[in-house]
Design a binder for this molecule. Structure first.
Ligand code: WTA
Length: 651
């Protein structure tokens, strides 16, 4: 468990605050402070008012059925997410408005109007149907950031076939496990994707994964790279996307989905070695992302909104695709990395498309900060009017840099806290209302109750730290873990009765502002990506030389946290630089490059309690060069001092 109080000390010193700019307040979608009380006093009515702004085939007859930990929202309502993201905008005059602006890494680009996107989605939905896909079938996607990914998501939603998107940086083994866990019938992939000028071999990884995925019947392949990808198509299994849609009709009637039908499953790391499939449903999820996109980003019809996340993560699902498109907004999607071909790529894209809203991660801001302010200074960023961050706590220095160099000291910043499980943003400033303080996500979104509790379930007093909990259901909340209600209960609902435990530590200040400190469980956050220490450990012990392993997240000035692993080798195997590199490569192969340890330290011993539990907290103290915390529960307290000395000598 993290040392909460040490982290709090460093935050208490922040005293800069930023009032909402008056010119922003005047035009803001929400600028009436009473909204918080109103939403809180009657939260079911408040959420049903939001839901009313969507198009329903049949209205719900009850707003909420709360049988903790199981929630149902908008009972018996029927709607379709794809219809809400496309068709209804065609009827309201947005047919020729840009829906998706896509920028490829090599510099190619494409703009889809709502009319175009609707046609492409219908064509692909027809293609899927011709392969026998029907409502309820699961479909996995392992794709680069190309328009076909968005099209495929909306086509699945149109048919009612839940999607499961696997981030393209994951390994073939990770892909295989995720396909098997939800029993997908179809895999959609591409011949490759671009990343820093290199080709990511998505098709080759898919082929390896599909050697052991009995549920998969067909694999659809987008031609993104062409000849250079040198892919092998397997007859009877693989179909080119273009062949599938060539003669497909461009209309497809959207399926009438129940509000509680599954929209998608998205795998995320928990406290065990096995990723869990977070299940989101239709009506509640769409209401949550629609409402938060509209208010948190102050979205207007003429905005050009850009979220830099990858759609393989929840941020991309909710705030590149579903939230913006449900609002009829223009959403930008970029395939590549921020430093290719040069370190001004983000700023170049903003200037090129005149983006008005930018939503990115603190780790990206810190990288840009390191590269220097001359890169943004080369570009005209005057179109920007609002900035956002997500994924990890933002350090005040990065916040101020973002505010000054990107926001021209005029754009409000929204630091948004949420999780894969929450579906949509839950703690955030509202730019027309909230005075911001760098480093604090400020207050719960209207209608949300987030509190900081001590171990006994009592709210902590101002200035103190504790556990961040959510004490009331919300529409876009996780419904269950795919196929595992028990794990769902155990993971989130057993620490406190009828209360959702987030896994985060937080502090609350005198103004009631929440300061999220980071995970207090065995989940680490590397560059805004969630990794479980146990996943890394399982990958390491899978190697024939390793007897035992423990992994921790060490603070890192760029990535937030970096993985450090302590490894005990099997007898008769000696450590070496070659072995260290081999183990790092092994983790990359098993999970993906995001989980690759920055450092592997070979040791003869690991600190354990008398019951044999590894005390990762002490390993973190060692890796971060802190004084060792409480060691009284260790089985052998002398070994830890030795380990600390050895580690420091090796640094
Ligand atoms: C962390 C990403 C501090 C937190 C949307 C959470 C944050 C985990 C913030 C979820 C923030 C996310 N400030 N910490 N603004 N946003 N986190 O599921 O630890 O990939 O539990 O969802 O990221 O990560 P996930």
């Amino acid at each position: 468990m993290t040392d909460l109080n040490a982290d709090i000390e460093s935050l208490l010193t922040e005293n800069r605050s930023f009032l909402p700019p008056p010119e922003f307040v005047r035009q803001a979608n929400v600028n009436d402070p009473l909204i918080y009380e109103q939403a809180d006093a009657n939260f079911e009515e408040y959420w049903s008012n939001w839901a009313t702004q969507l198009d329903w085939f049949k209205k719900w007859n009850e707003t909420l059925d709360w049988n903790p930990p199981f929630a149902k929202w908008f009972i018996n309502g029927k709607l379709n997410v794809s219809y809400n993201c496309l068709d209804r905008h065609l009827q309201s005059g947005r047919r020729n408005k840009a829906a998706l602006i896509w920028e490829g890494e090599p510099g190619d680009w494409k703009v889809y109007t709502f009319g175009d996107l609707h046609r492409e989605v219908c064509r692909f939905a027809n293609g899927l149907k011709s392969l026998g896909v029907k409502k309820g079938d699961r479909i996995t996607m392992y794709m680069p950031m190309i328009p076909e990914l968005t099209i495929a998501m909306l086509a699945c939603a149109r048919i009612g076939a839940p999607h499961s998107i696997v981030f393209g940086g994951f390994s073939s083994e990770s892909l295989r496990d995720r396909i098997n866990d939800c029993g997908s019938k179809i895999l959609i992939t591409a011949d490759g994707g671009y990343r820093r000028g290199q080709i990511i071999p998505l098709k080759k990884n898919s082929d390896e994964a599909l050697e052991a995925t009995p549920s998969i019947e067909k694999s659809i392949v987008v031609k993104r790279i062409g000849e250079k990808a040198k892919v092998q198509m397997k007859p009877d299994r693989d179909i080119w996307w273009d062949d599938l849609v060539r003669d497909a009709p461009y209309t497809f009637e959207a399926e009438h989905m129940d509000s509680e039908d599954m929209l998608f499953v998205l795998y995320t790391s928990g406290t065990t070695g096995k990723p869990k499939g977070v299940v989101h449903t239709t009506g509640g999820y769409l209401t949550g992302v629609y409402a938060t996109t509209k208010w948190v980003f102050d979205l207007k019809d003429d905005d050009v909104y850009w979220c830099t996340a990858d759609i393989g993560w929840i941020t991309g699902h909710s705030y590149i695709v579903y939230g913006p498109l449900a609002n009829g907004a223009t959403t930008v999607m970029y395939e590549g990395s921020p430093d290719f071909p040069d370190k001004d790529r983000f700023w170049d894209i903003i200037e090129k498309y005149r983006c008005t809203i930018l939503y990115t991660a603190p780790t990206a801001i810190r990288a840009c900060m390191r590269w220097g302010e001359e890169y943004p200074a080369k570009h005209d960023l005057s179109s920007l009017r609002l900035l956002g961050t997500v994924g990890e706590p933002i350090n005040p220095e990065a916040w101020i840099w973002y505010h000054t160099n990107i926001g021209g000291s005029r754009c409000p910043i929204v630091d948004t806290w949420w999780q894969t499980e929450t579906g949509s943003i839950l703690i955030t400033p509202l730019a027309g209302l909230t005075t911001t303080i760098p480093g604090s996500a400020t207050k719960p979104f209207p209608g949300i109750r987030a509190e900081v509790w001590d171990a006994n379930g009592n709210p902590v007093s101002p200035g103190n730290g504790g556990y961040l909990v959510l004490t009331r259901p919300w529409p876009s909340m996780i419904r269950t873990i795919y196929g595992d209600n028990e794990r769902f209960k155990e993971q989130y609902w057993t620490k406190y009765p009828n209360t959702y435990f987030t896994g985060d530590g937080a502090k609350i200040d005198e103004n009631g502002y929440i300061w999220v400190l980071g995970r207090v469980d065995d989940v680490i956050n590397v560059a805004g990506h969630r990794i479980s220490t146990m996943e890394v450990e399982s990958a390491l012990v899978d190697h024939s030389s390793v007897a035992e392993a423990a992994s921790i997240g060490r603070s890192d000035s760029l990535k937030g946290q970096a993985v450090v692993s302590f490894v005990i080798l099997k007898d008769a195997i000696s450590s070496s630089k070659i072995l260290e590199d081999e183990l790092k490569a092994h983790v990359t192969k098993k999970i993906g490059a995001i989980a690759r340890p920055d450092k592997i330290f070979f040791t003869a011993d690991l600190p354990k309690t008398r019951s044999g539990k590894i005390m990762r907290r002490l390993l973190r103290d060692i890796a971060e060069g802190h004084v060792l915390g409480d060691t009284t529960t260790l089985a052998d307290a002398s070994a830890i001092e030795l380990l600390k000395d050895q580690y420091e000598d090796a640094e």
